[in-house]
Design a protein around this ligand. Structure first.
Ligand code: MLT
Length: 263
């Protein structure tokens, strides 16, 4: 499905009935990464997945990429679908977007799931790495970005033993437009420190981290869970950064038991 939001075509999928759960994908992926969650949860919930601007089947303009803009797009989609409140699930870049969303639209949040993400901003070195990666994207194309990102997104075990998963993650990266890759890299580089926000989060929150997550290791998840009042923490064994894809059953189990606590 396509919705016209903030002047762009945004692609989304809306399936199932019940309490709405909205999923926000990682960089540089698309809503397709939520297939195992959509299949399991749409039996009991209304599951909405969307492609951020710049990704998947959404428009990829040459500009305007900020995490606040991503949050405005999510809010626009909620309005379009007449969803007043939802549980929002964000993985990595999706989680960064949730902090931006919560700052502006806390009244639309029924619960938060912060998966394989972190509240800290980029270091100077991290920011410089984003600019280098954006230049690589322009110079060498999306397949060079796949070469860089695959060892970050998947654990060494998954890289060696799950060729279908590796192929799926690579394909999603290679299908991403360069304007989307570069735009999202700039957006992530410029994101503010969300650590001060953590103690202000007043909704039910689940933090999930893959045990083998390199980019956002369990220590980042623990920091969020310690500071967000009442938050639960789930460390998923044998999972790297895309923990929902590496260990979908454990991820879904954590999500389902959290959703049961939310009326
Ligand atoms: C992601 O998975 O969204 C990225 O690894 C996030 C990042 O580069 O910080």
């Amino acid at each position: 499905m396509i919705a016209r939001i903030n002047g762009l075509n945004l692609a989304y999928t809306d399936q199932g009935q019940g309490q709405p759960v909205v999923f926000l994908h990682a960089f540089p992926q698309s809503r397709a990464m939520w297939a195992p969650q959509a299949e399991a949860l749409s039996k009991t919930h209304r599951v909405v997945t969307l492609d951020f601007r710049g990704f998947g089947e959404s428009d990829a303009p040459l500009w305007h990429y900020t995490l606040e803009q991503f949050a405005d797009d999510v809010k626009g989609l909620l309005d379009h679908l007449s969803i007043q409140q939802a549980v929002l699930v964000g993985l990595s870049m999706g989680g960064y977007t949730l902090f931006a969303f919560y700052r502006k639209y806390a009244d639309r949040v029924k619960g938060l799931v912060l998966a394989d993400t972190r509240a800290q901003p980029d270091t100077e070195e991290g920011r410089a790495g984003r600019f280098t990666m954006a230049q690589t994207a322009y110079a060498k194309g999306a397949s060079a970005i796949a070469d860089i990102m695959l060892p970050k997104l998947l654990s060494p075990v998954a890289l060696q033993t799950k060729p279908d998963l590796v192929g799926q993650v690579r394909e999603a990266i290679e299908q991403t437009q360069i304007s989307g890759i570069a735009g999202a890299l700039m957006a992530m580089a410029e994101r503010p420190d969300s650590v001060p926000l953590l103690t202000q989060i007043a909704c039910p929150t689940l933090v999930i981290t893959g045990e083998l997550d390199g980019p956002t290791p369990p220590a980042d998840g623990k920091l969020m869970a310690e500071r967000i009042p009442g938050a639960r923490l789930e460390i998923i064994p044998q999972a790297g950064h895309l923990s929902n894809l590496e260990q979908p059953e454990a991820f879904n189990g954590a999500l389902q038991s959290f959703l049961k606590t939310i009326q």
